[in-house]
Design a protein around this ligand. Structure first.
Ligand code: PLP
Length: 301
């Protein structure tokens, strides 16, 4: 999120970014997902070697990049990334704030992509967002490091004012119980499967839509000016924000992300009928924006 890295003494030192694993924009012409993933794993290895493996603590990733644009990793990406991390003893921190608790069709996004993380961060659906609570989940290796370090200094001196708040914790525990009662993962697989199929059927052929992507109950459609060359509109045309606005007029709340990408991340309890309504309303909004763009002679190739 480039805007989040401007001002306020950001970016902070010591954090290095590698390339975004988004095949649609990042791959070279003709490059398969697997070859793209191999190239990115090589880039990661070269980056670790350049920095010095002993200075690299951890690799952070979301299983599916959410607010960054709902970017699904290319085939074999995490397999190859994890092989590099293991080689240089670099920890894997999985940010499951969006992916956790069923969103991708498994309880954890890590399960969807065969990731064995050392640390998981989670929040949002931990309480179905009814009360603010977040958590980190650590493996034995990390726990032992913390326990040994704490024993040395006599305390675990890191916490938050509201750490372990009993009300939020009680709500989270009840939420997790309800997920089990609802068999939420199965529900996401069924309703999410329907949502993914319908979004592709309805939008892939649309002249403004470059890519429809997603898994489980997270998805996005990316609007482009030139479908053949994956070229976005000028940001100043505000095509994505216009679609979000047109969606509001149709009674559907869409989130506009970078590159005129519109994200869908509906409540996990959504029904297939509600998915149908969401897609119908989005289609009407997209038609309205298409008419607007044609009127303004913003070419749609
Ligand atoms: C993937 C992801 N990670 C982290 C955060 C921030 O989480 P928190 O507010 O629990 O620090 C967000 C917030 O939207 C998020 O989407």
């Amino acid at each position: 999120l480039p805007a989040n890295h401007k001002m306020f003494d950001l970016p902070i030192a010591g954090i290095i970014h590698v390339s975004t694993p988004h095949h649609y924009h990042g791959a070279k012409p003709g490059e398969t997902e697997e070859d793209f993933a191999t190239r990115l794993a090589t880039e990661l290895e070269e980056t670790i070697l350049r920095e010095g493996p002993e200075t690299v603590a951890a690799f952070f990733a979301e299983p599916v990049m959410g607010a960054g644009g709902v970017m699904l990793p290319p085939a074999t990406y995490f397999e190859k990334i994890q092989a590099v991390l293991r080689k240089y003893d670099v920890l894997f921190v999985a940010d499951e704030v969006i992916c956790g608790f069923g969103r991708t069709g498994n309880y954890w996004g890590c399960q969807t992509y065969n990731i064995t993380p050392d640390i998981i961060t989670c929040a949002k659906a931990l309480s179905a967002s009814f009360l603010p609570i977040s958590a980190i989940i650590i493996n034995d290796k990390i726990f032992q490091g913390l326990a040994d370090g704490s024993a040395t200094i006599g305390t675990w001196g890191h916490g938050f004012t509201y750490s372990g708040h009993p009300v939020a914790a009680a709500v989270a525990l009840e939420t997790l119980k309800i997920y089990d009662e609802l068999n939420i993962v199965e529900h996401v697989r069924t309703v999410g499967g329907h949502m993914q199929k319908l979004l592709r059927e309805r939008f892939e052929g649309h002249p403004l839509v470059g890519e429809v992507r997603g898994i489980g109950m997270v998805a996005a459609i990316e609007l482009v000016a030139d479908k053949a060359n994956h070229k976005n509109f000028e940001p100043s045309a505000k095509v994505g924000p216009r679609l979000a606005k047109a969606g509001e007029a149709e009674g559907v709340i869409l989130r506009g992300l970078a590159n005129d990408t519109i994200a869908f991340s509906p409540p996990l309890i959504m029904t297939t009928d509600e998915v149908d309504a969401m897609v119908d309303r989005t289609a009407r909004a997209l038609d309205a924006v298409t008419v607007q763009l044609r009127r303004e002679s913003l070419t749609v190739v």
